[in-house]
Design a protein around this ligand. Structure first.
Ligand code: AP5
Length: 215
């Protein structure tokens, strides 16, 4: 099972990808998480990536393609994988096709999550995350405890540095310009599966599973 989660920031790629990962027993590979971990470690990649991420811009294609090439070689990807946040440009999609064709692997499904833009801004600016374990909270749907200490690990709960309104607006514009054209790219390959991303997390997950089981 090889799945791509495609959608604008906040459509639920990570939330739904993680649930699918548990369901199918395959890894959810989030390029955003890989980059945030590099930022936290202050590695050369992290220092470079932070500049792009905080500006709401994409990290350059050659960097991202290198990261995915290395990650897909790891043993846990043998049974399949979910890509959350990659590809994000046509150049990345072409590189992925090239990479996988060399391994005789093909992407089976591209889940395109659709949510109205005003709901996305609300979801993202309301998101909070644990700075230690990464657990997701949301001021609207799942508020953090009053002392802002994580329920799972006691770590400090913070706002992602790219979840302020200005950067969110930029991220949405970058998505429209650079990532939305991938819908046509995967439509041409008959892999695109549209899913309405509004409703509860469970309702969206049920829709995705039904599509995966029937297409
Ligand atoms: P990344 O971390 O991938 O950010 P993103 O695409 O903007 O996605 P998000 O994590 O913000 O949203 P999501 O769609 O995963 O939604 P989520 O489930 O979290 O990338 C960050 C940055 O890294 C990029 O801007 C770029 O700079 C760089 N980058 C990463 N990959 C790159 C690449 N391939 N190339 C170049 N640069 C790259 O949900 C969001 C919120 O909504 C949560 O609070 C959640 O609880 C809530 N929520 C989810 N589902 C629902 C629901 N059904 N109802 C109500 N609330 C919900």
């Amino acid at each position: 099972m090889q799945i791509i989660m495609l959608g604008a920031p906040g459509t639920g790629k990570g939330t739904q990808g993680n649930l699918l990962s548990n369901y199918f027993g395959i890894p959810n590979i989030s390029t955003g998480e890989i980059l945030r971990s590099a930022v936290k470690q202050e590695s050369p990649l992290g220092i470079k990536a932070k500049l792009y991420m905080d500006a709401g811009e994409l990290v350059p294609d050659d960097v991202m393609i290198g990261i995915i090439r290395d990650r897909l070689r790891e043993a846990d990807c043998e049974k399949g994988f979910i890509l959350d946040g990659f590809p994000r440009t046509v150049t990345q999609a072409e590189a992925l096709d090239h990479l996988l064709s060399g391994e005789k692997i093909d992407i089976e499904h591209v889940i395109a999550l659709e949510v109205a833009e005003n709901a996305l801004v609300m979801r993202l600016t309301s998101r909070r995350v644990c700075s230690v374990c990464g657990k997701d909270y949301n001021m609207l749907s799942d508020p953090p405890p009053g002392d802002m200490k994580c329920r799972m690990c006691g770590g400090e709960i913070i706002q992602r540095s790219d979840d302020n309104e200005t950067t969110v607006t930029k991220r949405l514009a970058v998505y429209e310009e650079k990532t939305a054209p991938l819908k046509e790219y995967y439509e041409r390959q008959s892999k695109l599966r549209h899913v309405i991303g509004a409703g509860s997390v469970e309702e969206v997950q049920d829709r995705i599973r039904e599509i995966l089981h029937t297409s």
